[in-house]
Ligand binder design. Sequence first.
Ligand SMILES: [Zn+2]
Length: 614
Amino acid sequence: MLRTLFMNLCTSLVLISALASTQARAEDAHSYAKLDEVETPHLDLQLTVDFAQRELHGTATYTLVRHGDVDKLHMDTSELTIEKVELISEQGWQATSYKLGELHESLGRELVIDIGNVADQVRIHYRTAPTASGLQWLTPAQTAGKEHPFMFSQSQPIHARSWIPIQDTPALRLTYNARVITPAGLLAVMSADNSLSAERSGDYQFSMPQPIPPYLIAIAVGDLEIKSISDQVAVFAESYIVDDAVAEFADTPRMIEVTEELYGPYRWDRYDLLILPPSFPFGGMENPRLSFITPTIISGDRSLINLIAHELAHSWSGNLVTNASWRDLWINEGFTSYVENRIMEELFGKRRAQMELALGYQDLLADLERLDKEDTVLNIELGTRHPDDVFSQIPYVKGQLFLVYLEQQFGREVFDKFLRQYFDDFAFQSISTEQFKQYLSRELLAKHPDKVSQDKIDEWIHQPGLPEDAPKPESDAFEQVEKQMERWLKGAQLNTEGWTTHEWLHFINNLPRDISAVNMARLDSEYNLTNSQNAEIAHAWLKLSIIKKYEPARDRLRNYLLTIGRNKLVAPLYRELARTADNLKWAREVYQQAKSGYHPLTQSVTESLLYPDG
Ligand SMILES: [Zn+2]
């Protein structure tokens, strides 16, 4: 109201400030939302989960905060059927007019609602499409228990709009309440205040009181059991895996403790883990209060739990301080990869943390090789390309190395203090790369002059590849592995006693590409790599098997592709298979079988590899 009044009094001045504000806000090319006109800081969701139709239907009710004299609300949708839109008035809810825009390949359709001049709430009645990109519907046969169906969401980066009409930009923060109706006997959970003792009534209420960006709104429904690890941490999972998960992730409470010591309080109350079916397309998703986790990191020896450290770290970097647009993803993922590694070092020591950093570095080098030069820039130029494309090792590991570099230049003590202050200063805000640069200059560079130049910062953030003096993480443990490999290739025995998953991964990933069939068979017979139950080791071995045409691994490869849908584990295998005509034909056959069990995101990545011409 004050702003409107001010506008009438002093139009020209406000026009200038409105322009400036539009410029600041216009940086998210992946949303139709106009936050400088209207914001939606609170959402009330009412949803019914219909497994037979594979749809959610219900209402999304938003509180409106207007900036100035506007009568339109611009939102994002993808494949939604909008049934009715209403505004609150003194007479109650009244229908209002709205328009759906042209379909944009990446962005979906803009929804423009006439909100008049006074209403402070809008309600949208809608239903989702069975093909919604942000939801996966699994039949009972596709779950481990085989009796009940399963459904889960994956909203990051811009898939929330496929199940909620929303201002789908990470620049927005909103709180939400939800009521979710499911078939009786199934449990619904959300990125909110999940109850550990909810009756399986099929009628669930949720509240998320801290403001979060839209991509962190999450839901899952299935036959879930709950087991506590501590007062603050519990596992939600299908019964077949709940005990294994509790044992595998027993270190989670300690992870929270050490992160709080480093970077300040955990501000989200509970921290629970939801174990999804193996078709979950990611390793984990940092949905607040309830990280979504792939079962493929449950290896029996806690060797892959850096992924839990990663998702937990997002409670500071990402969920607390968020990238303002997907061009700034490195602000989420680079910081999180850095914090993840620090957590691992605190809990398990330098040796393990260093191995994990070195493995990440190898993956980064492979991506630097594979990607177009312009896509190796931290503050990437995306245009309106789908932001799914930005999830390479660049924002993760290059971003992490940038922070490792700063830590080395300024010293750990100074850098830790800086980072902790950064999380406090930007808590519950979304920031751009430009804002971070200004903060860095002011709070670190200027206070400790002559350590790092502004040009060097710009090189890291705006130039492709890695700077000459970038850290090159190495691991003593891996050097030992390499020495053994040399001797083994000349016929000596391998001594793998005490080798962890990391050492095995380094060994397999660095075997010479011309390794003989005899040596492949020798390794396999001694260490049973084809049948490794560690999903990462199996992945590395199967990838090498494709390159070496090692046929004894074929059946396992088929089975692996049919049972796992995690993109990071299956995409490189399909990419490798697509290189020869025979393998491509075989891979297409396997994919046709696997497809119905894959998440829409894994389907689209796989299809881009196997059917590049559409
Ligand atoms: Zn992450």
